[in-house]
Unconditional design. Structure first.
Ligand SMILES: NC(=O)C1=CN([C@@H]2O[C@H](COP(=O)(O)OP(=O)(O)OC[C@H]3O[C@@H](n4cnc5c(N)ncnc54)[C@H](O)[C@@H]3O)[C@@H](O)[C@H]2O)C=CC1
Ligand SMILES: O=C(O)CCC(=O)C(=O)O
Length: 453
């Protein structure tokens, strides 16, 4: 079992004390600290410059009121957040999450992960994240627009092409990015394309950004499988969630010859034993903004809907080769990992951010299941956001094929750097260790070069 090296335990204790009650942030930082003992011993300059202490302290945290008027003319108040965590490698970069569960601790855990993920991409982007406890579910189109406009009315003063570049995450897709961009343009009187990514392709967005996170997670898994001479061809796959990441992970698995037999939402699971109907799924989720129960009703006898079901338990009923958790944090627990490992699952890759609990990750590691942490596996989204910024800066617009090839190349590079770093530190195949050390080293070296700031 991984533990924190005694040489850096006191730094982690301080992180716990300074960020009391932020359990997801504790979880994310603990995992990184568990990987870093050997690095700090090998490179004492990091400890001398207090890099660990500094990397855990956001450069800036912004919390603001978001007032808006609902369709019944009542004033509603939400809370907005933007945590600008680390700008050693470039402007803060990371998504916005709109979900009722969002707290400062959630945004800090996501922002912390983003620092290392963005470093792994090799692109010039720092780490940040934001969001609100606003719940988009059940809101009208006009309520969503009014909320986004109010959110941006405060956020605009903190962001910019060279400062901080938000994008989407849970509850924030192309529609919300459109409303946010419109309000930014209106307030600043500037068509600053590079201030947000995930824009519509017709007005500054990048082709393949919508697909990038899900595709990238599958590309990474493909690389991991290849280290054991395996592939997606004929593989049976579980993908949790049914949002942006899940849908495009499913699409890429199907393109590579695999079959995704189940996906989920917060209300239940659909199990189509011969494979999901992706066109229908997209119609229900993307166009109608419906639930999986609606999908199952339309799909008829080819589909089984399990209200409140656990997607991972399907591995005990049918052959599953690969599991891709693509919904939300801590959705795959120790018991689920045991079921997956005991029933022959060969690879697990985190399309979502931190979907597997630490105990689940330990089960996979002990069972020699290939395991890709989110900061490596889902980095294709933010990498393609950086490609969007590149296209914006050069007033260019690339083809889908070119952008997808760049994405595939970036994912191969991330896989390579995680694999070689894990090997260099004596744990070949440990992608968690490889991702943490490789991402950390790039950021730490830039921080050293830039002095005590
Ligand atoms: N959108 C992006 O480019 C990126 C997203 N991610 C991460 O991927 C995950 C999913 O994000 P998106 O697909 O963008 O969000 P989304 O809002 O498009 O979809 C989220 C999906 O998860 C489902 N869900 C939520 N809680 C659930 C639960 N407890 N059980 C089962 N399903 C549940 C929702 O019903 C929805 O289908 C998040 O962890 C996010 O941080 C990571 C990298 C980039
Ligand atoms: O594309 C981006 O800037 C952000 C993507 C994101 O939020 C993530 O990687 O978790």
């Amino acid at each position: 079992m991984s533990t924190i090296d005694p040489a850096i335990q006191h730094v982690f204790d301080e992180v716990l004390l300074r960020n009391a009650g932020e359990v997801e942030f504790h979880q994310a930082t603990r995992e990184v600290f568990e990987s870093l003992g050997r690095v700090v011993l090998r490179h004492p300059q990091y400890a001398d410059a207090s890099i660990l202490q500094r990397i855990c302290e956001p450069e800036r945290q912004i919390i603001f009121r978001v007032p808006w008027i609902d369709d019944s003319n009542r004033v509603q108040i939400n809370r907005g957040f933007r945590v600008e965590f680390n700008s050693a490698l470039g402007p803060y970069k990371g998504g916005l999450r709109f979900h009722p569960s969002v707290t400062l601790g959630t945004v800090k855990f996501l922002g912390f992960e983003q620092i290392f993920k963005n470093a792994l991409t090799g692109m010039p982007i720092g780490g940040g994240k934001g969001g609100s406890d606003f719940d988009p579910k059940g809101k009208s189109e006009l309520e969503i627009m009014r909320f986004c406009q109010s959110f941006m009315t405060e956020l605009y003063r903190h962001i910019g092409e060279y400062t901080d570049v938000p994008a989407g995450d849970i509850g924030v897709g192309g529609r919300e990015i459109g409303y946010l961009f419109g309000q930014y343009k209106r307030i600043t009187n500037r068509y600053e394309s590079g201030v947000l990514t995930g824009k519509g392709v017709g007005w500054g967005g990048s082709r393949a950004r919508t697909e990038a996170t899900g595709y990238g997670a599958v590309f990474f898994t493909e690389q991991m499988l290849a280290t054991r001479g395996e592939s997606f061809d004929g593989a049976r796959v579980l993908v949790s969630g049914s949002g942006n990441v899940a849908i495009y992970a499913i699409e890429k698995v199907h393109q590579l010859g695999g079959v995704v037999v189940a996906c989920s939402d917060s209300a239940g699971v659909v199990y189509d034993k011969d494979g999901l109907d992706l066109d229908l799924l997209r119609e229900v989720k993307e166009n109608q903004r419906g639930r999986l129960s609606d999908y199952a009703a339309l799909r008829g006898s080819a589909s089984e809907y399990r209200a409140g079901g656990n997607i991972w338990s399907l591995a005990a009923e049918t052959r599953i080769d690969v599991a891709l958790p693509c919904a939300t944090q801590n959705e795959l627990h120790e018991e689920d990992a045991r079921v997956l490992a005991a029933n022959g699952v060969r690879a697990v890759a985190e399309g979502a951010n931190m979907p597997c609990t630490p105990d689940a990750v330990r089960v996979f590691t002990e069972a020699s299941v290939l395991f890709a942490p989110g900061k490596a596996a889902n980095a294709g989204g933010v990498a393609t956001s950086a490609l969007e910024m590149q296209q914006n800066a050069s007033r260019d617009s690339w083809t889908f094929e070119h952008t997808e090839e760049r994405l595939a190349e970036i994912m191969r590079g991330i896989h390579e750097s995680c694999a070689t770093t894990a090997e260099e530190y004596g744990e070949p195949g440990n992608y968690v260790l490889g991702a943490n050390i490789s991402g950390f080293t790039r950021v730490a070296d830039a921080m050293l070069a830039q002095g005590v700031i």
